[in-house]
Design a protein around this ligand. Structure first.
Ligand SMILES: Cc1cc2nc3c(=O)[nH]c(=O)nc-3n(C[C@H](O)[C@H](O)[C@H](O)COP(=O)(O)O)c2cc1C
Length: 361
């Protein structure tokens, strides 16, 4: 129904409007017990072979909602009922921000991809934390934090800005993701500069505080192998618990969408099928460098069970989706879970853990 009815309708509107309307709708449904129950009966899918305990948390299935869809944590109850095994809210920043002027998100249907330059629009850590503390979810809730979208906040102030959000969410998040690919200086430098990452991780004192929830670092898909390796070394020295790979790309090569259209869109992060292969390579690299000892959440261009299995085989323990859901609709969560379960059964594997065992042999 989504592909033939809802999507054609939504795609008649600019991407920004369609997204805002969808989030508003999802937030309203999240407040109705009856609609939540109905959504659950349509979309939920459960299979013991997909259940995992990771970080001591129970994940009913490996498919999570990627950061950026529910930036303000207003639609978590619906996301749980449409079958996600976990949710990552955010990116949340210390100060609220309205983000960049519109238009700021664009569809590339020929590439099953999107470009966005939302600019970290969110209600700010205080308001969102108050909202999230009231939730009663049965699935893990990750919180993705970033530096406030304000080029005037840089250097030590940027680290402190991050720390404000970190300190405010650390006692109720099931895990925290540090989104380090957002610009943090006027020249657009990010926390993916080795020295800046080192100072951020030091300030958060992750290795010294046993009471913290697991802390993960999210990398951009544009890092080359040596940059990635250097950043992983810094993360490992600072006792990071896992990785989210990957965020969007600023590159534009290999797209089927005409160059003129791409040029007219301008800057922004590319997501969806166009980044799928490099994102999988980055997962493999992290898996190899950390000798399979760290948890990896694989994200980037997943729109089928097959894409998800590729990420799991490369080294991911869990996966997330965003752009795939824009093109395929909410039924994609159940579809991916069913396809993973089918794959396991067809190949004689009893449990999703077997994929891990096979790839680590
Ligand atoms: C519109 C949009 C907004 C996003 N906002 C964020 C964000 O605030 N923080 C973040 O870490 N990632 C953000 N992302 C990146 C996604 O979480 C994900 O890493 C990326 O889109 C690749 O996955 P996909 O191909 O399934 O979309 C955003 C992606 C999109 C499309």
């Amino acid at each position: 129904m989504y592909k033939y009815l809802v999507r054609p309708l939504l795609f008649r509107f600019p991407a920004d409007y369609a997204h805002e309307a969808t989030v508003k709708f999802a937030s309203s449904v999240s407040r109705s017990k009856w609609l939540l129950k109905t959504s659950n009966s349509i979309y939920n899918y459960s299979d013991n072979c997909l259940k995992q305990s990771i970080f001591g948390l129970n994940f009913p299935n490996p498919v999570g909602l990627a950061a950026g869809f529910d930036k303000n944590g207003t639609s978590c109850p619906l996301m749980e009922k449409i079958g996600f095994g976990f949710i990552e809210v955010g990116s949340i920043t210390a100060n609220a921000s309205i983000g960049n002027p519109k238009p700021r998100s664009f569809r590339l249907p020929q590439d099953l991809s999107l470009i966005n330059r939302l600019g970290l629009n969110n209600d700010g850590v205080q308001t969102i934390s108050r909202r999230l503390r009231k939730l009663d979810l049965n699935i893990p809730l990750g919180i993705n934090i970033a530096k406030t979208h304000d080029p005037a906040i840089m250097g030590e102030a940027a680290v402190q800005d991050y720390k404000t959000s970190f300190d405010m969410v650390k006692d109720f998040a099931d895990y925290i993701t540090l989104n380090i690919s957002c610009p943090n200086t006027e020249e657009g430098k990010t926390f993916e500069e080795p020295e800046t990452l080192q100072s951020l991780l030091k300030a958060l004192k992750i290795h010294k505080d046993a009471s913290l929830p697991p802390v993960l670092v999210k990398f951009s898909v544009d890092l080359d192998d040596s940059q990635l390796s250097e950043l992983i070394t810094i993360c490992e020295d600072n006792a990071i618990d896992g990785y989210v790979a990957t965020n969007t790309s600023s590159r534009r090569d290999g797209l089927a969408t005409p160059q003129k259209v791409i040029q007219n869109i301008g800057r922004g992060g590319l997501s969806g099928s166009a980044i799928k292969n490099r994102s999988t390579e980055i997962i493999s690299n992290i898996h190899a460098q950390t000798k399979g000892e760290k948890i990896i959440i694989g994200v980037g261009g997943i729109s089928s069970g097959r894409d998800a299995i590729e990420k799991l085989k490369a080294g991911a323990d869990l996966i997330q989706i965003y752009t795939g859901m824009i093109y395929e609709g909410p039924g994609i969560v159940k579809k991916i879970n069913q396809e993973i379960a089918e794959y396991l059964k067809t190949n004689g594997y009893e449990h999703i853990y077997h994929i891990r065992k096979i790839r680590d042999q």
